[in-house]
Design a protein around this ligand. Structure first.
Ligand code: MN
Length: 172
């Protein structure tokens, strides 16, 4: 099961994170073709931003130490982590110290996304060639992004260059 790893890493007697055990197989949004994404700012031992895409009834997840890159010229490392339950989408709170991921979780951005390519590979498996291309529609993030597996669980987050943006010439 996709959430076995997530559940095995946590003690739900101690953390208020959702177990996902009662989640519906897919959300309304995903079934209607408007799957959602979330970015959670996570003040764990090392600050990072968790980027999650709703896909096939789970949140496919990456931990991004420097956050989603706003600039196409700078790629950011994105470490593929275990799938999270859909009910994690709205989670924010304090994970107790000493528990896995101990520290504060804050919702940083939420929205929907469109998929151009979604070739996910398990973070701990031998598979190569993972690549995800999506267009994000959030409050803070708007644009086309690629996530590309470079080595095992290490991926790169890249903002695509060909974004429609007002150019200086357009104002003439
Ligand atoms: Mn995290």
């Amino acid at each position: 099961m996709a959430l076995d790893k997530y559940q095995s890493m946590r003690d739900f007697e101690k953390t208020a994170e959702p177990s996902g055990k009662d989640d519906a197989p897919r959300s309304e949004h995903e079934r209607s073709g408007k799957p959602r994404f979330v970015v959670q700012e996570h003040h764990a031992t090392a600050l990072h931003w968790d980027f999650r895409l709703e896909k096939d009834g789970v949140l496919v997840s990456w931990a991004v130490p420097r956050g989603i890159p706003p600039d196409p010229r700078v790629n950011h490392l994105a470490v593929h982590t275990e799938d999270h339950p859909l009910s994690y989408f709205n989670y924010e709170g304090q994970i107790p110290k000493g528990e896995y991921g101990g520290g504060k979780v804050i919702l940083w951005d939420q929205g929907t996304y469109e998929t151009e390519k979604f070739n996910d590979v398990p973070p701990d498996g031998p598979a190569k060639g993972g690549e995800v291309i999506v267009t994000l529609h959030g409050s803070k993030i708007e644009g086309r992004y690629a996530l590309i597996q470079t080595d095992g669980k290490n991926w790169l987050a890249h903002r695509m260059k060909d974004q429609q943006r007002p150019q200086v010439g357009d104002l003439a």
